[in-house]
Ligand binder design. Structure first.
Ligand code: ATP
Ligand code: MG
Length: 341
């Protein structure tokens, strides 16, 4: 037990949405939004999750929290199997697992004061009484924690900028002292200048409180600074998982290499030498995924086996997992871009 420091284990998790059609609402297949993903998240860790739109990131986050009931697989949180829990058991565990969302404009009730928004979870879970001095103190403390003036508690969401609204969302998510927060693209809707502030705040809060994050984003540049490890998803599956620096310096999956080649670097010399490998087309539909490796239809390295056999998600180096037939210890899945100059 002692070496198992995982806060959360996701084991072969699946979430399919049925496609219904016709007068009798017959099920005509399923959207395989999340199709057998496995990883763990350690206490106080940030696991970045990236992938193109529609690859199943939000569904994965929701299925982990059981906001969507998984179709299959398991989620073990603090040693307890969420998939085997009753609704009441899950409700009691809910405070430990929270979620923050992309669009603070849409997710904060415009008619509620900041005090009501931030304090509501404490009232709902019966921890504090509405109108109590205790609740007032806790909301003030939470606002200070996220760098806001406690006097703002009497104001309303429209009085704040996007970055401040995201701080309010973070204060609400922290109100119940969670151990884990799914952060679903929390900075994507913010101005670039504000993104770094919110990321820094989230990092400071993690250091102070020891909370773990699953930090979801579209591209690698957004998760680069905050993540300890990064998981790359494509069409409902995990393609690669590694420590942050390993994923940037030595990506083994051709898909990760394509995402990585799109991240600009501040060093002009490195930037000039950067070989861009741009993926063409859109990902296939998760209602009708390709056979074999789901990435084979867009992979520049695909061989016959990729069309028929699904690659195993395996550990190539300690802590570095990849699902690619061509990947080996020597990096056999590296794309060689031949310079045309
Ligand atoms: N409630 C739902 N019912 C049916 N299909 C759904 C539902 N939610 C998501 N999907 C489908 O599941 C797939 C994955 O969607 P999801 O929102 O998880 O992707 P995502 O990676 O978060 O995308 P984005 O980057 O655009 O937020 C998509 O094909 C989507 O259309
Ligand atoms: Mg999403």
């Amino acid at each position: 037990m002692a070496e198992n420091t995982a806060l959360l284990q996701v084991i072969n998790l699946r979430k399919y949405f049925p496609i219904v059609s016709g007068m009798f609402s017959r099920q005509a297949g399923a959207v395989r939004a999340v199709d057998g993903i496995s990883f763990d998240i350690k206490r106080g860790e940030t696991l970045g999750m990236v992938g193109e739109s529609g690859c199943g990131k939000s569904t994965a986050g929701r299925a982990i929290l059981h906001l969507h009931k998984p179709t299959g697989g398991q989620v073990i949180f603090e040693g307890r199997d969420l998939t085997a829990m009753s609704g009441e058991e899950l409700r009691l565990l809910r405070p430990k697992m929270q979620m923050i969302f992309q669009d603070p404009y849409a997710t904060l009730n415009p008619r509620h004061s900041v005090k009501k928004i931030v304090g509501e979870p404490l009232i709902i879970h019966g921890l504090m009484k509405k109108g109590s001095g205790e609740l007032n103190d806790r909301v003030a403390e939470l606002l200070e924690l996220v760098g806001m003036d406690p006097a703002y508690m009497r104001r309303f969401p429209h009085e704040f900028s996007g970055g401040q609204r995201q701080r309010i969302g973070i204060a609400r998510a922290l109100s119940l002292n969670p151990d884990f927060i799914v952060c679903d693209e929390p900075i994507s809707a913010l101005d670039v200048s504000i993104q770094a502030q919110v990321v820094n705040l989230m990092q400071d809060l993690q250091e102070q409180l020891g909370v773990a994050y699953l930090f979801i984003a579209h591209d690698l540049s957004m998760v680069k600074h905050i993540s300890h490890r990064i998981v790359v998803m494509y069409l409902g599956k995990v393609m690669e998982l590694a420590e942050r620096n390993t994923l940037f310096d030595d990506p083994l999956h051709p898909y990760t290499q394509s995402l990585n080649s799109a991240v600009p670097t501040p060093n002009p010399k490195v930037e000039r030498a950067r070989q861009r490998f741009i993926l063409e087309g859109d990902p296939p539909s998760p209602a009708n995924p390709p056979s074999g490796c789901v990435f084979h239809t867009r992979c520049p390295l695909a061989v016959a086996a990729c069309m028929t056999d699904e690659p195993e998600f395996r550990e190539i180096h300690p802590g570095h997992f990849v699902a690619c037939h061509l990947a080996d210890e020597k990096g056999g899945s590296k794309i060689e871009v031949v310079s045309t100059r």
